[in-house]
Design a protein around this ligand. Structure first.
Ligand code: FES
Length: 90
């Protein structure tokens, strides 16, 4: 577990137009697969995070993580979650 069902890890994917054009919907699909069946993570969409030039952007518990692609999303998000939670297990 990364968090608890009561105090979930909040992951927001930017769905603003710039990130959308770079493939944020495909990032959402990858993260849905990654988080499937978990009750300790809440995956949400977000309006523009005002960081368009570095998109695709994802915010994890308030920290913006940039330069995601559909291809690297799973790896980058997992790495950041492990850094935030200090938890190597899934
Ligand atoms: S559209 Fe994603 S940061 Fe602006």
């Amino acid at each position: 577990m990364w968090a608890s069902a009561e105090k979930k890890l909040i992951v927001r994917v930017c769905m603003g137009s710039s990130c959308h054009l770079k493939g944020s919907y495909d990032v959402v699909k990858k993260l849905r697969e990654l988080f499937e069946g978990r009750d300790d993570v809440e995956l949400l969409g977000s309006l523009c995070m005002n960081n368009c030039s570095k998109g695709i952007n994802v915010e994890i518990n308030g920290k913006i993580v940039s330069k995601l692609t559909p291809e690297n999303a799973t790896e980058v998000v997992l790495k950041e979650i492990r850094r935030i939670t200090g938890n190597e297990t899934q």
